[in-house]
Design a protein around this ligand. Structure first.
Ligand SMILES: [Zn+2]
Length: 283
């Protein structure tokens, strides 16, 4: 079974994005390692922090609980600072993840890939799904690290299926649930639409058997109420539709989305012709 390293920008991104694949891979016997780029210091501050407890302390505990719910074997922190949203002055603060040379951060991540002898590594698409500076940086650093690793791992980029999301949006509007509606074609943080068109996605992964683990992972991040409560409040059938599948781009793969399980190591490697060169240099 392959060793898989999931690289995320902030604590809670693993729960909202790749939790299904993480839980399924762990349940099927893979070693699953979770790496966070930042400490998430610009998250929502809960009003029940204890004496001397900082937001980042709370978020580390929450991340460990989420990881336990998903069957993660090990959690690592690169320790960079959260950069805030596009245009915030924090984008350029010393130590802000967004401001780090991708090769420098890539060396730290590659050291983890090497120590784990990672077979598969997972980050984000080239605009981080919605343009958050730290998520875009995850894409750059992931590819830099994959090139720097002693043994080139397969690279997968988590993304969202814009066409599928549009279908949910139109269905929510038609059902009079405008408060649940999210228009993926509206400009996101970076001015671009949400996620990736289906035609540019490689894998649709069925994780519908792992909704309970996903829910526990989301619940672990309860300090981030504004984001997390909205997901947990979805009607059960909407939650299942939204989180029962995940989408991944495999750089270099033949075009066309297939339904399958790309985390099975070499068995899943039918479309990995491009694995040696993701064709994306750090910018
Ligand atoms: Zn994030």
């Amino acid at each position: 079974m392959p060793t898989i390293v999931f690289f995320h920008a902030h604590p809670d991104d693993e729960a909202s994005q790749t939790a299904g694949a993480m839980a399924r891979a762990a349940a099927e016997g893979s070693r699953v390692v979770l790496v966070f780029a930042t400490n998430g210091e610009h998250g929502e501050v809960p009003d029940d922090l204890g004496d001397g407890e900082k937001l980042v302390d709370r978020r580390r505990v929450e991340a460990m609980n989420s990881a336990a719910a998903l069957g993660v074997s090990r959690v690592e922190w690169l320790g960079y600072s959260d950069s805030g949203m596009t245009g915030w002055e924090q984008n350029h603060h010393p130590g802000a993840f967004h401001s780090i040379d991708p090769t420098d951060a890539g060396l730290k991540l590659a050291a983890i890939f090497d120590r784990e002898d990672a077979d598969i590594v997972v980050g984000y698409d080239d605009h981080g799904g919605y343009g958050h500076p730290d998520h875009v940086q995850v894409h750059r650093v992931l590819h830099a690290a994959a090139r720097l690793a002693a043994r080139r791992p397969r690279v997968l980029e988590a993304t969202s299926n814009r066409d599928l999301t549009r279908g949910f949006y139109q269905a929510a509007l038609a059902a009079g649930m405008a408060d649940l509606a999210f228009d993926p074609d509206s400009p996101m943080d970076d001015g671009l639409p949400f996620g990736t068109p289906e035609a540019e996605i490689t894998w649709q992964v069925d994780v519908s058997a792992y909704l309970a683990q996903r829910r526990r992972a989301l619940e672990a991040h309860r300090s981030q109420q504004t984001d997390i409560d909205g997901m947990l409040a979805l009607p059960e059938e909407v939650f299942a539709a939204a989180f029962g599948v995940e989408h991944y781009i495999e750089p270099g793969a033949e075009p066309g989305m297939r339904r399958g399980w790309p985390f099975a190591g070499e068995l899943g490697g039918a479309v990995t012709a491009g694995r040696a060169d993701p064709g994306d240099k750090p910018r």
